[in-house]
Design a protein around this ligand. Structure first.
Ligand code: DX5
Ligand code: ZN
Length: 227
């Protein structure tokens, strides 16, 4: 099964966000990754549930809301009401992670937990059985256009092995520094969902770059199927 592409709107043109999202949709994107930042958990401030609600009106693609915020419990209900299909919260930010994950799921939304690059996989020990997906940060959260941290690829391979053994229904997502030059190597680590922002929205050809990365993922899956 080919990994799917989740363009991150962080690097989109916020003055034409709906049009940019439609371009990625036309290019074969499977999800829209919505980067929510509060300027407290991460240095940057981006968007809130209001923009998610607006995006809900322009695309039928699943909205994958990545909450890079402190005290996510205070905002989860707003993103559920805004039409999020997936909500992920940082293990580093959620004091009552089990309660937060179940609050997301009780809202009929897929629940994910996010690990920063330096957070070990052991942070998943008591929550892996409660989530729908795990998001591994391959950059330090807060900004688009950063370089992928190579050590996270080994972490991703280790998590893939653990999921295959313990939690085969839990999907694996990676986020940060994925480009046309490394997307195949990243996907080959056993990733299910790949977030990419500046590579797509900064390319000058949103639809064409999305199509190219989706094609790269399909070609990898075909090679893996036939080998
Ligand atoms: C960073 C965000 C990522 C980022 C990815 O904090 O979580 O989703 O936007 O952007 P690129 O692909 O440019 O690294
Ligand atoms: Zn993100």
């Amino acid at each position: 099964m080919a990994a799917v592409l989740a363009p991150s709107i962080l690097s989109a043109d916020f003055a034409r966000l709906g049009a940019d999202v439609k371009e990625t949709e036309a290019g074969g994107a499977a999800l829209i990754h919505v980067d929510v930042m509060d300027g407290h958990f991460v240095p940057n401030i981006t968007i809130g549930s209001g923009v998610t609600k607006a995006l809900r009106k322009v695309t039928d693609l699943p909205l994958d809301c990545h909450l890079m915020i402190s005290e996510p419990d205070r905002h989860v209900d707003d993103f559920i009401a805004a039409g999020a299909d997936m909500i992920s919260v940082h293990v580093e930010a959620a004091t009552h992670l089990h309660r937060t994950v179940h609050r997301i799921r009780d809202g009929g939304v897929k629940a994910g937990v996010v690990l920063n690059p330096s957070t070990p996989l052991s942070a998943l020990d008591e929550i892996l059985g409660d989530v729908d997906f795990v998001l591994l940060m391959s950059v330090n959260p807060g900004f688009g256009g950063q370089k992928l941290i190579p050590s996270v690829l080994q972490k991703a391979r280790a998590l893939r092995q653990r999921l295959d053994l313990e939690a085969p229904d839990v999907r694996l997502e990676i986020d940060g520094g994925v480009t046309v030059d490394n997307v195949t190597e990243v996907a080959a680590c056993g990733i299910d969902m790949i977030v990419t922002g500046s590579a797509v929205f900064g390319s000058g050809d949103i639809r064409g770059t999305t199509e190219r990365m989706v094609r790269q993922l399909a070609e990898l899956a075909e090679r893996e199927r036939t080998c």
